[in-house]
Design a binder for this molecule. Structure first.
Ligand SMILES: C[S@@+](CC[C@H](N)C(=O)[O-])C[C@H]1O[C@@H](n2cnc3c(N)ncnc32)[C@H](O)[C@@H]1O
Ligand SMILES: [Zn+2]
Ligand SMILES: [Zn+2]
Length: 744
């Protein structure tokens, strides 16, 4: 593995320990990663061109790639903040996602290859990494603006009470349901306040809607009594007809469960617009109820919608972990997640993007368009004043129906959030700036600064097959499909660097189908109507998850050079998440040789001692092809070295002022155990060893954290440790007990 800048190194062998196998500066890198995690989309906007879930931090992957390319005695930080050119190093990421590994590899001058089973992820990566002429991009944007902005704006034209023309920024909608007893229509307000400030302590003003006459009344965010300025009705603005899962009919006082009532109707709930936020010519934002002008426009929109909806493909929302909740609300087709006005805007935009002739340009604008949908569906809501006003629909990684959605001005104004024109600036232009001169986050004296001028520009021609890559050196190879089967030749890559799905966490394809429905209409990606696939590494069943993950890992082994490294990030709250990854590593013929904790992009929590303890850390697992030369070790030796290794890592993190929770310590210990266990050299005994340790894991974790005299909590004494020979005996004994049990 070599750098082009130093011909001396050209024949250096990868057998030399790499920096990541000896002394990897995970603590300082975690500090940088932590800083990056606060404003990821600003520090590395190229990965934020389109929505993806569980995106990893770029500085972590830059660190991993550097650590895997550099010799053990190289100056890591000089290279982290310096120029690099690993032109001979081929890197493959089999679980590409938003392309963090691929992007960081391009920046370091490597040959980058990525593959993902999900066409939405691959489309977004192709859009992110392709090469563009800035002026041409702007020209396409301006042409789109001329072609569709006037039409889209016309759907948000309004008049003030005094008849002045104004622009609607947001319509406020409420879902309605007929009362099962009196049949009156019930507004499904959770409370009557529909707008507050994002920091109400600073500005307590709130807008409420009168239950008697539907007029808008200004009140306080915490008021429990409000008086309507129009009809003088007194009401509690904190109350609505909905409380949890129950609805109480304000007309006849019947209480019923909303989901029960949904079973009675075939379609999703209807909605009603009750207020609008207008932007006046002088820049003021004003709330008003809808007037005759608005109602006439509403009627015209509904008419036009009827003809347009008939032309839309009907794609079923299949049952699933993430889709069952919305299916209970009768959302059975993907196009039903939008209001009539949203559909009209989307269709106009989609038709215009379909007309773009240049394929790269079309993909870029399709990615922008698709990302806009996240803020413009009936699942988006109002976040508050004084912040990005739209709470996008994936705020919680789920598809959750919204009872009080908003309808935002889709082309957008200077005061909009989540609109096509504003996201063009905040996503596309920002990403293009970054692509030209990718910067790094600096902490310390200039905390948060971005250092540029050290990376390769982040753009390359995109190859979609390996043959195409061979024919066009310097391309980035991005393919779509199951990574348990690739067209890469044996031993084609020096490094496999990845971030596999965590078992049972995020159901990517179920969520991605939301975007795929529209992307596929604009770009005609495939005849399939869903991104779900039986080969997707995602399963609530641990055995199936393990076998799918093993299949991809085995393919990684095939395409990896014998002296290559396989490095990936992982964490899991449950023990079966760890045993799954251990088995996958070993089934595929790898051994985990090093594990490092590193700041994770998001925190999850694990149940521990009745309480929940947050996990802030991921593990970086460094694997090599398994070789018998690693043997042997015994159970006790393995456990002791794991405990010591974990203690050292906790101390280093604490030294860097990084908080280590009990759950974090457990993650760190699991990493060390994974490294130690393969030395037992027999998969079943390794698994038994991990099981045994798991029984006492809380005590061992206390032991790890007790370094420097700190005792966080007192666990029971660990059981007497088993030796390697004892494990075999123990297994035999369990087998006997099982048989005995069967006979009894
Ligand atoms: C944890 S995500 C990767 C996230 C990525 N590191 C990022 O920062 O955006 C895992 C990815 O694996 C993909 N995937 C799952 N099963 C796959 C398979 N069999 N082949 C290829 N990709 C797969 C998913 O579509 C998802 O994008
Ligand atoms: Zn009133
Ligand atoms: Zn009723």
């Amino acid at each position: 593995m070599m750098q082009q800048t130093d011909p001396q190194e050209e024949h250096e062998s990868i057998n030399v320990p790499r920096l990541i196998e000896t002394d990897f500066p995970f603590a300082r890198l975690s500090q940088i990663a932590e800083h990056e995690s606060w404003r990821k989309e600003v520090y590395r906007p190229v990965y934020y061109l389109h929505k993806w879930w569980a995106r990893r931090l770029g500085s972590v992957f830059r660190g991993i790639i550097l650590g895997a390319c550099l010799d053990e005695d190289a100056d890591f930080w000089a290279r982290f903040y310096g120029p690099n050119d690993f032109g001979d190093v081929a890197i493959f990421d089999p679980f590409m996602g938003s392309g963090v590994t691929v992007g960081e590899a391009i920046k370091l001058g490597c040959q980058a290859m990525g593959r993902d089973i999900n066409p939405v992820a691959v489309t977004a990566c192709r859009a992110a990494f392709a090469h563009y002429d800035r002026r041409a991009v702007d020209a396409v944007y301006r042409a789109l603006e001329t072609a569709v902005a006037p039409k889209l704006r016309s759907y948000f034209a309004t008049r003030t009470l005094s008849g002045e023309p104004a622009t609607v920024l947001y319509y406020f909608l409420v879902k309605v349901v007929p009362c099962p007893v009196c049949r009156a229509e019930i507004d499904l307000f959770k409370r009557r306040i529909f707008v507050t400030n994002a920091t109400p302590k600073k500005d307590p003003t709130a807008q409420a809607i009168c239950p008697a006459c539907s007029a808008i009344t200004v009140t306080r965010f915490d008021a429990t009594v409000a008086t309507c300025t129009s009809c003088h009705h007194h009401f509690n603005p904190q109350r609505g007809a909905v409380s949890g899962a129950q609805v109480c009919c304000p007309h006849c006082a019947t209480s019923f469960k909303l989901v029960e009532q949904m079973k009675e109707q075939l379609a999703p709930l209807a909605y009603r617009r009750y207020a609008k936020m207008m932007l006046l010519d002088d820049g003021r934002k004003v709330y008003e109820s809808l007037n005759d002008f608005d109602r006439q426009l509403e009627w015209a929109v509904a008419e036009e919608y009827r003809t347009v909806v008939a032309t839309l493909p009907r794609v079923r929302v299949a049952p699933g972990y993430n889709t069952d909740q919305m299916r209970k609300h009768n959302y059975r087709h993907w196009h039903e997640l939008f209001s009539d006005r949203q559909i009209l805007c989307i269709e106009h935009l989609a038709s215009a993007i379909r007309e773009i002739e240049d394929a790269d340009m079309q993909r870029l604008f399709a990615a922008l368009f698709s990302g806009v949908l996240e803020f413009n569906s009936l699942f988006a809501s109002f976040k508050g004043e004084g912040t990005g006003a739209v709470r996008h629909m994936f705020a919680h990684h789920v598809l959750k129906p919204e009872l009080m959605p908003i309808e935002a001005n889709l082309w957008g104004t200077s005061k909009s959030s989540g609109a096509f024109s504003t996201l063009y600036r905040s996503r596309v232009q920002r990403a293009l700036d970054y692509k030209e001169n990718p910067t790094e986050v600096v902490i310390g004296s200039h905390s948060g600064a971005k250092r540029g001028g050290l990376n390769h520009p982040l753009s390359a021609p995109v190859a979609t097959t390996y043959a195409e890559l061979q024919a066009n050196p310097g391309s980035v190879y991005l393919s779509q499909g199951d990574s348990s089967c690739t067209d890469l030749p044996d031993g084609a890559v020096d490094l496999v660097i990845s971030d596999p799905p965590f078992f049972d966490n995020v159901h990517y394809s179920e969520l991605a189908d939301f975007f795929y429905y529209w992307l596929n209409q604009v770009l005609t990606l495939a005849p399939q109507t869903t991104t779900r696939s039986a080969a997707e590494v995602q399963d609530t069943d641990a055995t199936r998850f393990t076998s799918k993950l093993s299949a991809v890992f085995a393919e990684c082994r095939r395409v990896l050079k014998d002296n290559g490294l396989f490095v990936f990030t992982y964490h899991h709250a449950r023990h079966d998440g760890w045993t799954a990854v251990h088995r996958a590593i070993r089934h595929a013929g790898f051994a985990c040789v090093r594990a490092y904790p590193i700041k994770a992009e998001m925190s999850v929590s694990m149940p521990l001692q009745q309480a929940r303890s947050p996990i802030h850390l991921d593990l970086i697992l460094v694997c090599r092809k398994w070789s018998a030369a690693d043997l042997p070790a015994f159970g006790e030796v393995a456990l002791r070295s794991a405990l010591e290794g974990a203690q050292d890592q906790v101390a280093l993190l604490k030294g860097a002022a990084i908080n280590v929770s009990i759950a974090d310590a457990k993650v760190i210990l699991m990493g060390q155990l994974l490294c130690a266990t393969h030395k037992l050299g027999c998969l079943e005994q390794e698994a038994a060893f991990l099981e045994l340790v798991a029984e006492d894991i809380d005590a061992y974790v206390a032991d790890v954290l007790a370094t420097k005299g700190e005792v966080l909590y007192h666990a029971q004494e660990p059981q007497q440790l088993m030796l390697f020979e004892d494990i075999a005996a123990y297994l035999a004994q369990r087998e006997d007990e099982r048989r005995g049990g069967q006979h009894a």
